[in-house]
Ligand binder design. Structure first.
Ligand SMILES: [Zn+2]
Ligand SMILES: [Zn+2]
Ligand SMILES: [Zn+2]
Length: 291
């Protein structure tokens, strides 16, 4: 039902960022819920993000009478509010800084994914999760291939209508723990850098995944870290750093940029040492069991 990312069974060491769980932990699974709104100008013309930041800020504060995180995005201005009542007040706004605008929830930032696994879910259908669990907007069952056979696992990836997934859901009468879904870092198959796909690559020549050259010189040299391994290596420190950012985002929501900024020190340490160090007590990636 949701094919945007591939599943990532994690066999490698897992990172703990920020130490202990609890207050201030970057892994607190239920980070305060937020609502992300995009303010776009209507009818073409000047974009709100091109305005001097003072007037939009003053006007938004005037409406809310309090703090609101405001940032610039490609589409316009992004507002981050904590309450639905704030969203309602803002949605009435028809103009910002003299420009006609419309507000909409950002689909990507206001949704999140979580993984559930339970042997008693072997007879469940994807539709049941969507129909019966509030806030679940899509569900996908994990299947693996063994030879010609496709085996249905008791694992499901659920998409929630909230920036971070809940820690538990009730599948009918059955309470099931939810682990945040951590997607696999996206690597370009043309230049092997992270964060874009081949169709959006700006290079015009394919580089070798093993040696990083246009033609193969048969020795290993990673394009991302210059290490002695192919760019596809799951042990590449750059890959591990990228994964740490995605893991932070899976637990805390927000943009990739915010997640990167939050774990910048940890990621630099992973890239420097090539080691993720401590292991994660809970684990993140989907784990399957057919038992
Ligand atoms: Zn590329
Ligand atoms: Zn090569
Ligand atoms: Zn590497």
């Amino acid at each position: 039902m949701d094919k945007s990312t591939s599943i990532q069974p994690e066999k490698r060491p897992r990172v703990v960022l920020g130490g202990k769980r609890g207050a201030g932990s970057v892994f607190s699974p239920l980070a305060t819920q937020r609502i992300y709104l995009i303010v776009e100008s209507v009818g073409g013309g000047e974009s709100v993000s091109d305005l001097s930041p003072f007037r939009p800020h003053r006007e938004i504060m005037g409406i809310l009478g309090g703090e609101c995180k405001i940032s610039k995005t490609k589409r316009g201005v992004m507002l981050e509010v904590a309450r639905k009542s704030d969203e309602e007040k803002l949605t009435k706004m028809k103009e910002l800084g003299g420009i006609k605008v419309k507000l909409a929830r950002d689909t990507y930032l206001n949704t999140s994914r979580g993984v559930i696994n339970h042997k008693d879910l072997r007879g469940s259908k994807e539709e049941e999760f969507v129909e019966c669990i509030p806030d679940v907007i899509s569900a996908r069952r994990i299947e693996i291939k063994r030879g010609e056979e496709r085996i249905k696992m008791n694992t499901y990836v659920l998409t929630f209508d909230s920036p971070t997934p809940p820690s538990e859901v009730k599948a009918g009468y059955l309470p099931v723990k939810v682990r945040p879904y951590v997607p696999t870092p996206m690597r370009c198959f043309r230049c092997h850098r992270f964060g874009h796909g081949r169709d959006r690559c700006r290079r015009n020549i394919d580089l070798c995944v093993k040696c990083g050259e246009p033609g193969c010189d048969r020795s290993y040299k990673c394009l991302n870290c210059k290490g002695d391994h192919p760019a596809s290596s799951k042990n590449c420190p750059k890959y591990l750093g990228e994964q740490a950012i995605l893991r932070y985002r899976a637990h805390n929501g927000g943009t990739f940029g915010q997640a990167r900024a939050a774990v910048v020190v940890e990621v630099a340490e992973i890239v420097r040492t090539g080691c993720v160090g401590r292991t994660c007590p809970e684990g993140d990636g989907p784990r399957d069991s057919t038992k």
